[in-house]
Design a protein around this ligand. Structure first.
Ligand SMILES: [Zn+2]
Length: 251
């Protein structure tokens, strides 16, 4: 109850009544929350800019007994470019959809907030790069407690020395398995893919684009991480399939 002042990123919104919007934000201090923006659909309203998807703002929100309402706000980054281009908008929507569906309301997470801000900024500067998409995916899963184990077999714990034999990845167990423990449902992966997974997690953001991935590697990572996330999230992401269609056929 009372007034909350926090930084927020708008994830999505829907119309409410005649002129209002009900917006889902990811906020720095309270995590995911929904709030009503009164009059946001009136063109001259100050609210209309604050509730546009991917806008980074500083908001004052009134939390009463019913739905929270935005009192006022200031834009920090409008991120207009992310809404003006179909590919950028789809990639931003994918980031937003993942955060929206994997986070519960009222569960603040500074690391998730930082990751989202960071990735939207890089997206705006560099465009849609597979290495950015995959880094976002694996880092978000790691923050949420699903960091894949890449050094030891997830079943027997034995250290797996890179480069010997074949690597197997268990989507269900969230990491690699030795040859002896691998089951039929596990995916055979190259050591290259295994190493890149580690680098996508560890490489500082400013160096992330020095990771050179060939087309085959990009596809393998996309598939592997896609299955890993789908298993944990127990759902498919609509925006990801649309994004993949756009990337395969940019015309
Ligand atoms: Zn094993």
């Amino acid at each position: 109850m009372g007034l909350l002042k926090t930084e927020a990123i708008a994830l999505k919104g829907k119309d409410l009544g005649e002129a209002d919007r009900l917006v889902t934000f990811f906020t720095r201090s309270s995590g995911k929350m929904r709030a009503v923006a009164n009059g946001a659909r009136r063109t001259r309203s100050n609210m209309s800019a604050l509730v546009q998807p991917f806008t980074h703002s500083s908001l004052t929100i009134y939390q009463g007994s019913s739905l929270a309402r935005i009192r006022s706000g200031e834009i920090i980054q409008a991120n207009l470019a992310l809404r003006e281009d179909l590919l950028l908008m789809t990639a931003s929507s994918y980031f937003a959809e993942m955060v929206d569906s994997l986070m519960e309301e009222d569960d603040p997470n500074e690391a998730v907030f930082g990751l989202l801000i960071n990735c939207l900024t890089i997206l705006k500067e560099r465009g849609v790069e597979p290495v950015l998409l995959r880094s976002f995916e694996i880092r978000l899963m790691s923050i949420l407690g699903y960091r894949p184990r890449l050094e030891n077999c997830v079943h027997c714990g034995q250290e797996i020395s890179t480069g010997k034999g074949t690597a197997f990845f268990s989507v269900a167990h969230g990491g690699i398995k030795c040859q002896g423990c691998a089951e039929e449902s596990d995916r055979e992966i190259t050591w290259g893919v295994c190493q890149v997974l580690g680098r996508l997690l560890e490489t500082p953001w400013r160096q992330i684009f020095t990771l050179c991935l060939d087309k085959k590697m990009e596809k393998d990572l996309e598939k592997l991480l896609g299955e890993f996330i789908e298993y944990r999230a127990e759902r498919k992401f609509k925006t990801l399939s649309f994004l993949q269609t756009l990337l395969e056929d940019p015309s």
